[in-house]
Write a protein that binds this ligand. Structure first.
Ligand code: FAD
Length: 480
């Protein structure tokens, strides 16, 4: 077994799948929960969304209950079988697919919305519930999700928790460390850890659920989540501005925060090159002329007149004082959706150019765009494009570089340059996508050796045999 793009990795000394193992799984699960057909069933599970990493698993298990997950893990731990937990498989750092022949534990059949309480705002959901499905149910109860992302049609709430997904509402509602009230996780030895509290406040000892948020399937398998959901806004307004300098981008952010206050729910940046890609590749139309930068502002509130007045007055001020050069407000929800498409479909547009080198980094807000300029100067004419967009309001830049095909010369020019630069700014090499396989050699660029040491100690404590998502997050081998 070799990993296609990572030939330097060595398979851990795990058991190879045998007929005896298979018979055990078939004895505790129904036939449609045990997939073994390499070509018809397994191929989609073995490759990631970007088709950039590929595993060679021979088995996908699809449990329906926490107890089934418990029985699977208990057996795998005893038999030394490595496991790769998988949600919607939309992760962008190669964490959701096996590296070698790990058994894939897919949460896709655990997709029930167990309960929704409009009064407390708490929804209890099985981990495999697709985000968009959960949102539909929440809307029926006058609630909405505290997170939203372009992958919502496929990603699952368990995967979101496991990656501590950010997205376009983080500015308003914070991240999942604040919104997850409780969860159930199955540990590597099969033990069920019931932390499914629905209490907003609970200071009884260590808050263990937090360990699983962002642990990328390495500490346990999340099977149920209690999520605090805000009231569904009855008024959502979207503005789209064209801006001629990055200094004015920052001023637009400052004034937007100041004048929109509590109704500001998103502040997203698109640079000229990203806009050029999304309009040319997907034939979408920009509502404003050509500018170096564009900002999409969204407000969410409960009084349409009040919110529209605030956004209109912001637009007027920004135009009058020359902070923005052009701007438009969506007149209805169709126009709002079209404006959002310009931001949300950039990833898809870039992918259609060929191979995409994706970097999701946190940088101090004043240095937000410097990295794109520095990278462009470094790469010259090697790539098709080097562009930047992302969650400006959260200091989270998505630096993307495209080339016709995977090219190691280009890769070696980008990495570790990009991580060294982020490290010097005391940013983060992964703002919201996690570490997975792709960034494991770079975790120490922005996390101290002491932090990484204690993370390894925690991993060893929770999963002494290292069966859960091995090869991910940590550089080197945990089995040595
Ligand atoms: P997967 O990709 O299946 O898995 C991700 C990781 O979590 C893996 O390590 C896996 O082993 C682990 N895992 C999955 N389920 C469980 C579980 N139940 N228990 C334990 N471990 C588990 N991310 C953002 O943060 N913000 C964005 O704005 C954003 N936009 C995106 C847009 C597009 C078009 C795409 C393709 C991706 C985007 N992502 C974004 C990345 C991705 O969608 C998120 O990381 C998402 O949270 C992954 O969820 P998933 O269910 O697909 O998990």
């Amino acid at each position: 077994f070799t990993a296609v793009r990572y030939p330097y990795l060595k398979r851990g000394s795990y058991s190879f799948l045998s007929d005896r193992h298979l018979r055990f799984f078939q004895s505790i699960l129904s036939p449609h929960q045990v997939l073994t057909d390499e070509f018809n069933d397994l191929s989609g599970y073995n490759v990631d969304w970007m088709c950039s990493v590929r595993g060679s698993s021979r088995l996908v298990l699809r449990p329906k209950t926490t107890e089934e997950v418990g029985a699977i893990l208990q057996y795998c731990n005893a038999q030394n079988i490595a496991i790769c937990p998988q949600g919607g498989n939309t992760g962008l750092v190669g964490g959701s697919v096996p590296v070698f022949d790990e058994v894939i534990l897919s949460l896709g059949l655990m997709d029930a919305v167990i309960s929704v309480d409009e009064l407390s705002g708490i929804a209890i959901v099985q981990a495999g519930c697709v985000l968009e499905k959960l949102e539909t149910v929440l809307h029926l109860n006058n609630l909405t999700l505290p997170l939203d992302l372009g992958a919502k049609g496929s990603c699952q709430i368990g995967g979101n928790v496991a990656t501590n997904a950010g997205g376009i509402r983080l500015l308003r509602y914070g991240n999942l460390h604040g919104s997850v009230m409780g969860l159930t996780a199955v540990l590597a030895n099969g033990q069920i850890m019931d932390c499914l509290s629905t209490n907003k406040k609970d200071n009884t000892g260590y808050d263990l659920k937090q360990l699983f948020i962002g642990s990328e399937g390495t500490l346990g398998v999340v099977t149920q989540v209690a999520l605090h959901c805000p009231s569904k806004p009855t008024s959502v307004q979207v503005g789209f501005f064209g801006i001629n300098s990055f200094d004015n981008v920052l001023e637009t952010l400052r004034l937007s925060k100041q004048s929109l206050g509590e109704i500001l729910s998103s502040c997203e940046l698109i640079d000229q090159s990203s806009m050029e890609c999304v309009t040319s590749q997907l034939k979408l139309k920009s509502p404003v002329n050509d500018f170096p930068f564009y900002i999409l502002i969204e407000t969410s509130g409960s009084n349409a007149d009040h919110d529209a007045e605030k956004l209109n007055s912001l637009l007027e001020t920004l135009l009058k004082n020359g902070t923005i050069m052009d701007g438009t407000l969506a007149a209805d929800s169709t126009q709002a959706t079209n404006l959002w498409a310009l931001r949300e479909r950039i990833a898809e547009a870039l992918a259609s150019e060929g191979y995409v080198y994706k970097y999701d980094v946190s940088v101090p807000i004043r240095q937000f765009y410097q990295l794109v300029d520095v990278m462009r100067a470094e790469l010259g004419s090697l790539p098709i494009r080097c562009c930047g967009y992302g969650h400006l309001g959260d200091g989270n830049l998505h630096l993307n570089i495209t080339s016709q095909e995977y090219n190691t010369v280009l890769l070696n020019k980008i990495e570790p340059f990009v991580y060294n630069w982020v490290s010097r700014q005391r940013g983060s090499v992964s703002a919201e996508h996690g570490v997975g396989l792709k960034k494991r050699d770079y975790i120490e660029y922005t996390k101290s050796p002491t932090s990484v040491y204690w993370m390894r100690r925690m991993k060893k404590l929770f999963d002494p045999n290292n069966i859960l998502n091995p090869y991910k997050i940590f550089p080197g081998s945990l089995n040595d």
